[in-house]
Design a protein around this ligand. Structure first.
Ligand SMILES: [Zn+2]
Length: 319
């Protein structure tokens, strides 16, 4: 047969190609997108929402474990290193855990030898982490910080509370969002991130924190998505990024509390959230400092149900 050798040659080529593909499979992924040029001064980026604890709104299941795992360990150099035994889950879970206690402790500087972490956690379907109980025994404070997940009646989402009924995460006074699921990034979390991120569904109303004037909208859309920039009456610049809708235009005057837009998932954002950023000249301002914060407390009539839930959660931690 004249074309007899064709088949073996094709076969050899196919094997060679497969070997080549196997050998190159470990090649590095393509470069990530460049940082946002205009959202912030040099060295800062407005980025996608980082991993967040994802509480589910469903009532607590009857089964005690329900996928919850507990981890307890003495602190090793840093929170991230301490969570290293959890392997691939470690880094992101460490970040979600640490954010619960930043209100009371500097989770980098104040982490001391002899401290101890304890967490009851589970992965969520969307590759995030949920925390039922978290404790941090702090040598610096001389006490143990704790957080229990609880869905306060009337709230849209669960939050984390101390055993005495005070909420663990603080809330901004005159917040741009009246409601949000949780804060997923604080200014002090990462030096490269210039704002505060709030995880919240698309369409959540965004309020002007002070009287001011709209200086620009929808600039640098590839990264910021739809955005609003306000110059507040005291000269501060406020930016609201990744919006769904902008309800104001440049030159508009806005009053404190006015709805200026709605949150979204536009631009370089991987999940619905609001990026809120404050600047005075070339200096980034921490919204916690500018706004001041409040800490909620459960009403007395909610305490019996809360105490029962804490007891249930304690059993998860004990196993
Ligand atoms: Zn952000």
């Amino acid at each position: 047969m004249r074309n007899g050798p064709v088949l073996p040659v094709l076969l050899a080529l196919s094997i060679a190609l497969n070997l080549y593909l196997l050998a190159t499979r470990g090649a590095p992924p393509p470069e990530p997108p460049p940082p946002i040029p205009d959202a912030a001064p040099a060295g800062t980026t407005a980025d996608a929402a980082p991993p967040a604890a994802t509480p589910d709104a469903a009532p607590p299941p009857a089964s005690a474990k329900d996928g919850w795992r507990s981890f307890r360990a003495p602190v090793e150099h840093s929170i991230a290193r301490t969570f290293a035994p959890l392997g691939d889950d470690g880094p992101a879970l460490a970040a979600v855990y640490a954010r619960l206690f930043v209100w009371d402790l500097d989770m980098q500087r104040d982490v001391l030898k002899g401290d101890e972490v304890e967490v009851v956690w589970r992965p969520t379907a969307d590759a995030n982490y949920d925390i039922a109980v978290a404790r941090y025994r702090s040598g610096k404070l001389g006490r143990t910080l704790e957080a229990f997940k609880y869905h306060r009646p009337g709230d849209d989402w669960p939050s984390w509370w101390r055993a005495d009924g005070t909420e663990v995460p603080h809330r901004l006074k005159d917040s741009p969002l009246e409601k949000y699921e949780q804060i997923t990034s604080l200014l002090k979390d990462r030096p490269t991130h210039a704002g505060m991120d709030f995880k919240t569904p698309v369409g959540t109303p965004v309020h002007a924190p002070r009287d001011g004037r709209v200086t620009q909208t929808n600039w640098n859309r590839t990264y910021n998505g739809n955005g609003i920039e306000l110059k507040l009456e005291d000269g501060l610049i406020a930016k609201f990024l990744h919006l769904d809708e902008t309800k104001v235009k440049p030159g508009d005057r806005v009053k404190k509390g006015q709805v200026i837009g709605t949150t979204g998932n536009t631009g370089r954002s991987t999940a619905p959230h609001l990026h809120y950023q404050l600047e005075r000249g070339s200096t980034i301002v921490d919204p916690l400092d500018y706004h001041g914060t409040t800490r909620r407390r459960l009403p007395e009539d909610a305490m019996p149900a809360f105490r029962a839930e804490v007891e249930r959660l304690e059993t998860l931690a004990d196993e």
